[in-house]
Ligand binder design. Structure first.
Ligand code: CAA
Length: 384
């Protein structure tokens, strides 16, 4: 066992850290305040190869491993979790699924520009459309329908809470074709945003990750060619589950970064702020908080890296990715609340960043499977 990162991993970590400091930190408070999508940041990430990190170079990707992805997600999320969620969805829910299960034509047509984050000189990213008004955690209850019309599907329904909803050029949509077959009747279809019958709903006004654009997407008699179905007829739910297992490594790493960002700010503040005649870091009440924060963050990082390591070796990572996500997201929530507490009144105002990190942390316990769903996956895996 070797806990040391390779030279290459250290370089990627440093590149992500520098990027976050130089390009994400400026304006991060204003983007949060105004719910401004980090378009420039995503374009720059695309130039760095970070929008298709794990995609093979032959399909326009950077050909990196999942460990690199964890390291990059952690560093960017320390500063700007709105940017990192866009990156995570494109990498692990869209590009990964297309690379793993798409046809050669689908890969050439969609994966290559998505991995490069660009098409015809403009931004090109994807979104993953599973959640519905009545199907969140209970993801098998899909009400969106993809009626088999011979050489095309007729798509109807509404999807909710879609990250990259208005910025994406292409959607991976889960829809029910054979209701009598339950989860085995669901298909995943590749749908272009500008096709007739596709409507982007209003933008959600969110508690956190306010820079990311979250929308509902409506489909009204959208004709989707059969060639745009991913995998065999009825593979759609398994596709979603397999893709989400990797996505959960991304969100776990995002939570890890949010926790790390808040911890670093609290540590620095505690060494500079004085109370009762000495720096607050010299008071045991603060020292114990910092000790617990550092310990939990380290444990979360090890879980993230273990899940990534298993994925890179072709092992099953359903269990490890859910463990990483549930632990890292609970850690992010706890650490950010403590970081606000250490900052006292300053922690409650925007300039000190920790209140934003606290708001951003909450979603990591909800999206890509709530903490309760992760516990379902974990308990099913350990009891089987
Ligand atoms: N790999 C392969 N197959 C899997 C699988 C996996 N990881 N998980 C389930 N399946 C298969 C099952 O084996 C079963 O098939 P068989 O009948 O052949 O065995 C089928 O799928 C149905 O599975 P379950 O019976 O386990 O289904 P369930 O109704 O009990 O639900 C669940 C399981 C884990 C709760 C699942 O519904 C789930 O993960 N829900 C959460 C959904 C989620 O994460 N949503 C996030 C939305 S995306 C998002 O947030 C993105 C964003 O924008 C940031």
């Amino acid at each position: 066992m070797d806990f040391k990162l390779s030279e290459e991993h250290l370089m990627i970590q440093k590149a992500a850290r520098d990027f976050a400091k130089n390009h994400c930190l400026p304006g991060v408070i204003e983007r949060d305040e105004n719910q401004k999508f980090p378009k420039e940041q995503i374009e720059q990430l695309a130039d760095l190869g970070f929008m298709g990190m794990m995609v093979k170079p032959e399909y326009g990707g950077a050909g990196m491993d999942t460990i690199s992805y964890v390291l990059a997600m952690e560093e960017i999320s320390k500063i700007d979790a709105s940017t990192s969620v866009c990156m995570s969805v494109n990498n692990s829910l869209v590009c990964y699924g297309l690379q793993e299960y798409g046809t050669e034509t689908q890969k050439r047509q969609y994966l290559t520009p998505l991995a490069q984050g660009k098409k015809d000189g403009g931004l090109y990213i994807g979104a993953f459309l599973l959640s519905e008004p009545e199907a969140g955690s209970d993801a098998t209850s899909q009400q969106t329908t993809a009626e088999d019309m011979g050489d095309f599907y007729l798509l109807n329904g509404t999807k909710n809470w879609i990250t990259n909803g208005s910025s994406a050029g292409v959607y991976l949509v889960m829809a029910q074709t054979h209701p009598e077959k339950g989860p085995h009747g669901i298909n995943t279809l590749i749908v272009e945003k500008n096709w007739p019958g596709v409507t982007v709903g209003a933008k959600e006004n969110k508690l956190g990750i306010r820079g990311s654009d979250t929308h509902s997407i409506l489909f009204n008699d959208v004709k989707v060619p059969k060639a745009n179905r991913i995998g065999e007829d009825g593979f759609g739910f398994k596709f979603a589950m397999k893709t989400l297992a990797g996505g959960r490594i991304g969100i776990a790493s995002q939570a890890l970064g949010i926790a790390g960002g808040a911890y670093e700010l609290a540590l620095a503040y505690s060494k500079q702020r004085k109370a009762f005649g000495k720096e607050i870091a010299k008071h045991q009440a603060i020292q114990f908080k910092l000790a617990d924060m550092a310990t939990r963050i380290d444990a979360a990082r090890l879980l993230c890296l273990k899940a990534a390591w298993e994925k890179d070796r072709g092992m099953n990572y359903d269990l490890s990715s859910s463990m990483a996500k549930v632990y890292a997201s609970d850690t992010a929530m706890w650490v950010t609340v403590e970081a606000v507490q250490i900052h006292g009144g300053y922690g409650y105002v925007k300039e000190y960043h920790v209140e934003r990190l606290m708001r951003d942390a909450k979603i990591t316990q909800i999206y890509e499977g709530t903490s309760e769903v992760q516990r379902i996956v974990i308990s099913r895996n350990i009891l089987k």
